[in-house]
Design a protein around this ligand. Sequence first.
Ligand SMILES: *Cc1c(COP(=O)(O)O)cnc(C)c1O
Length: 389
Amino acid sequence: MNGVANLSLAGASRVGEIAFIDLKAQQRRIRPRIEARLKAVLDHGRYIAGPEIEELEALLAEKTGAAAAVACASGTAALIIPLLSKGIGAGDAVFIPAFSYNATANAVLLTGAAPIFVDVDPLTFNMDPTDLRRRLDDVKRRGDLRPRAVIPVDLFGSPADYPAIARIAGPEGLFILADGAQGFGGELDGKSVGNLAPATATSFFPGKALGAYGDAGGILSQDLAEIEAWLSLRWHGTDAARKNSVRVGFNGRMDSFQAAVLLEKLAIFDDELAARRMLAGLYDRRLPAAARPQAHLHGAKSGYGYYSIRIPRRDAVAAFLKSHGVPTAIYYSTPLHKMPAFAAHAPATQLAATDALCDEILSLPMHPYLTPDQVDFICDKLGEALISA
Ligand SMILES: *Cc1c(COP(=O)(O)O)cnc(C)c1O
């Protein structure tokens, strides 16, 4: 017996401590480079609009194939800015999946528009285009709101069905804003998230696949038409000289320290993505049959911000895993249309797939520093949980 077992922490004895997301291991890998980047910001002193911002924007665009990137204060700011620049507000309908993080709904409501909740596909967990069609027709029939935009979400990193959504949105003149907050690194038909919709909002919240050391986000665009308006909106609505207010804006900027961190994390992102995909492949092969992993569209590759499954008796399974040192998370146990802040916008007709998913969804540990042994261990414990939980 070597000393490895003695070093291990609670529960997962033979594989060491399992983290749900391991930001410490990543930091150990690149800490000197991050420190050098942060020191550069301290030295030049341009804490806002430092050279790191434009460097990051150029790299983000290059990496995703987008025409341009605009660094923002958060994923939420990155969602709100494109909606505002389209003039979306009171009296407008914006279609969003009912199964998402609350920020998708908040962004719509903060513009004054009304969110129309759309059901999700039970296999991909992403917006169901058939239900989008149905709910769009409902809104048109009612005639009380103008359909203006649709916000598909790349849940857990898996790209939404943009081709099918575009076939519906195009003829109706709906603006497609991708909520790629969890989608960075995802691909569909050889194109990256960021280049799958006219505009894509992404988040660099620390726990996302590409995360800063604080709040940050970005907008990726397929063309340059709206860039000037976005730059103005993120800087209090001022003109390019930053003297006059030419529209109502807010402080939607990213700061230089966050860009500095992101530049070093972006440098290792492809390597980390390859590790995530390798580990996801291992999960796919080793999961017990009753655990059904998120399905991806034909031609899609997930960025695996999260690795999520549907599982019966979810809460008991999660408790069993926890007792064996396996952390999990539930995104999301409550659908948006049942949250107090959004319930007034709940549709009269059911969101059956979303409601069922909320009872079964479970996210397993996923980060590039997980080991194949740990994935094996987690799958073993999942199998035991299904028998004993
Ligand atoms: C994280 C997240 C957001 C919000 O991003 P912030 O950077 O926290 O503002 C929006 N939508 C989805 C789907 C998210 O997961």
